[in-house]
Design a protein around this ligand. Structure first.
Ligand code: KG4
Ligand code: ZN
Length: 342
């Protein structure tokens, strides 16, 4: 019987310090995520220097707990993997340095993965067989990307945002509406009591065949709606009823989802996809999951969605993608550096 491959994955690209041990790419032995949400909440967003310091504090305790929870010892681990791009460089640096150090001390191969590609693994996890080609939609705080996916390692970027990412739009609109950080879950919760048809916010589809996204116009439309076009005027949010705020949240959410679903459908038609994969923090959104499911049912496409707890940043997805790189012998060396952009 072939030997099982255990990989330690490390993630520190934004505001979660995470480590996980995954066997053969999909058997999760342990997963630990230390979130910094409370630390950044009072600033309404991630402050890079504070994020980096928090990673420094948490990285080794998180790795130690991951190893302890797995019941494995460092001798059982075949490789150390880390997301080295894209992200906040001073945050990535903490995970990269920890991974390099462990790889050197344990004398194990080092594997570098792309954080956005890793998000896709959360959707593939546990799937026996995926009908290819697949179109993958990754929606996070930093990215809104469509990929033509031939395998875990063979991804072609076919569409991306030309301004704000979908999650970024959720976060900014939550801030306009005075809702707590992170904005995605706050908007989703508030939108439950609202009418998605109350306000017709713009749906930017760009050119007829474009697979790119633009969300900054939508964000500005919400801002104008709340403040009027005179930006010196005070925001009217304070005097709005809860129902009015819920209607704005629901109408904004519906506009984002309409665009995401329409572009995914367009991409699937373009590449003749049989399957749609959905991952990234915004994929935790129930209305998006439902919207994409309806489209896939109507268009006779298979849909694989990341489990909700693996949509936002985690290290399972890093260790899982690294397994495919391990098999393909795609290793990094100890000069590995973090990169802001992939
Ligand atoms: O993937 P992720 O954890 O980090 C990045 O790689 O960016 O995504 C975080 C983003 C944030 O913008 C957050 O507001 C959004 O995902 N998000 C959501 C939901 N949960 C998290 N957006 C909409 N609905 C949600 N339920
Ligand atoms: Zn992410």
């Amino acid at each position: 019987m072939a030997e099982h491959i255990n990989i330690l994955g490390i993630e520190s690209s934004c505001d979660e310090t995470a480590a996980a041990i995954v066997t053969d790419g999909n058997d999760i032995k342990s997963s630990v995520v230390a979130s910094q949400v409370e630390i950044h909440d009072r600033y309404g967003g991630v402050v890079p220097e504070i994020a980096s310091r928090a990673h420094m504090e948490k990285i080794y305790p998180v790795i130690e707990k991951t190893i302890a929870d797995s019941g494995l010892s460092p001798d059982d681990i075949h490789a150390v993997a880390v997301a080295n791009q894209p992200g906040l460089v001073i945050s990535l640096m903490v995970g990269v340095t920890a991974a390099k150090t462990l790889a050197m001390v344990w004398d194990k191969p080092l594997i570098a993965v792309n954080h956005v590609h890793a998000h896709l693994q959360s959707a593939m996890l546990g799937a026996d067989k995926i009908d290819l080609p697949a179109v993958a939609l990754i929606v996070s705080g930093g990215h809104t990307s469509l990929y033509d996916c031939e395998s875990a390692l063979d991804l072609k970027l076919i569409g991306k945002t030309i301004d704000d990412a979908a999650g970024e739009a959720f976060d900014k609109v939550a801030s306009i509406l005075d809702l707590p950080y992170p904005g995605g879950p706050s908007i989703e919760k508030t939108a439950r009591d609202g009418d998605p048809k109350a306000i017709r916010f713009p749906r930017s589809m760009l050119k007829k065949d474009s697979l790119d996204f633009s969300f900054s116009g939508l964000k500005t439309a919400v801002l104008y709606y709340c403040q009027g076009q005179d930006m010196k005027a005070p925001s009217q949010v304070e005097s709005m009823s809860q129902k009015q705020i819920a209607d704005i949240a629901a109408s904004f959410q519906a506009a984002v989802i309409d665009v995401l679903v329409a572009k995914t459908k367009r991409a699937a038609e373009k590449i003749g996809a049989k399957t749609v994969l959905l991952g990234g923090g915004v994929a935790a959104n129930t209305a998006l999951r439902d919207g994409l499911k309806n489209m896939c049912d109507t268009s006779k496409l298979n849909l694989l969605v990341a489990p909700r707890n693996l949509c936002t940043d985690n290290a399972v997805m890093v260790a899982s993608l690294a397994y495919h790189k391990f098999k393909a012998k795609q290793f990094a060396d100890l000069t590995l550096e973090p990169k802001a952009r992939a």
